[in-house]
Ligand binder design. Structure first.
Ligand SMILES: C[S@@+](CC[C@H](N)C(=O)[O-])C[C@H]1O[C@@H](n2cnc3c(N)ncnc32)[C@H](O)[C@@H]1O
Length: 274
């Protein structure tokens, strides 16, 4: 069972999506604001296959001396990819989860949690943990495109149509989506709700900005092949069938709407620990 799960995690990895230039752009936005001289102990929480860790190491550049970068993720297969991609004496990767990050790290200068906070069911608890892992004055930064405000005006019909068409494909193939399995974790918060949670967890009110990018057809294909996206969009559906249905659903939605690139907002948030 474990071997099958790991095999699936490899096949439905996030890696392909991380190669799109806009994805580097939305992550670099945060990394450039957070990584600066004097911040030496840096946690890349939910590091996945290491795309953000790589940006952190690049940003540290010659300042990497004495720096400590700790990539943390619950997925063994993602960590294996990260370890293979980044061999730096300043970086180590640890299996773990945001829910107990303060047991893994203390007195950090910065915790970045990119493209993952929407996956966490109890965001208040996790932000409290991150606060505990940081020094006073330390920085917590996160971004996500799964929030209330991600859809650029005029595009919500496209996103809805994509999922509706994928569900239609599944029904044609005798499969159904278990709506009851729709996790609370997938509830989209607004930027203000995220900012309020930061304040409740012991941070000064964060700076919040939106970065608008254009998602290309190839990037839509790649996100539709990522395990956590499939599970969020089509709860309860096996990954193989879900990925196929999202692929065909996307083809139908694009044909019907004539849409090629789809703009989308990323929420970028930086909070300082009190
Ligand atoms: C979409 S990937 C993002 C990876 C990386 N941060 C990036 O932006 O390229 C989301 C990652 O969050 C991790 N994740 C899911 N739940 C988590 C949790 N509770 N704590 C920490 N990481 C988590 C997943 O294993 C996955 O690697």
């Amino acid at each position: 069972m474990q071997a099958r799960c790991e095999d699936e995690a490899q096949r439905f990895s996030f890696e392909a999506f991380t190669r799109h230039p806009f994805f580097t752009e939305v992550n670099r936005w945060i990394v450039e604001r957070v990584i600066c001289p004097g911040r030496r102990k840096i946690v890349d929480l939910g590091c996945g296959p290491g795309a953000v860790t790589k940006l952190i190491v690049e940003r540290l550049g010659e300042d990497a001396d004495n720096a400590e970068v700790i990539g943390i993720d619950p997925s063994q297969s993602a960590l294996a990819k990260a370890r293979a991609a980044i061999q730096s004496q300043w970086v180590r990767f640890v299996e773990g989860s945001a829910e107990w990050v303060s047991r893994l790290v203390s007195s950090a200068d910065a915790v970045v949690f990119l493209n993952a906070i929407h996956l966490v069911p109890d965001k208040a608890q996790v932000m409290g943990e991150i606060r505990k892992a940081l020094k006073p004055g330390g920085v917590f930064a996160f971004n996500t495109t799964f929030f209330n405000g991600a859809y650029v005006e005029g595009t919500s019909a496209f996103w809805r149509r994509w999922i509706v068409r994928a569900v239609q494909v599944l029904r044609e193939r005798g499969l159904d989506v278990k709506h009851s399995a729709h996790a609370v974790a997938r509830e989209f918060l607004t930027a203000d709700q995220y900012a309020d949670l930061c304040v409740q967890a012991g941070f000064a009110r964060p700076s919040v900005e939106f970065v608008r990018i254009e998602m290309t057809p190839e990037s839509l294909e790649d996100i539709g092949h990522f395990s956590l996206f499939i599970e969020g969009a089509l709860p309860g559906v096996p990954l193989e069938q879900g990925a196929d249905a999202l692929h065909e659903g996307l083809r139908r939605a694009r044909e019907e709407t004539g849409v090629a690139n789809v703009p989308r907002n990323w929420l970028e948030c930086v909070a300082v620990a009190k």
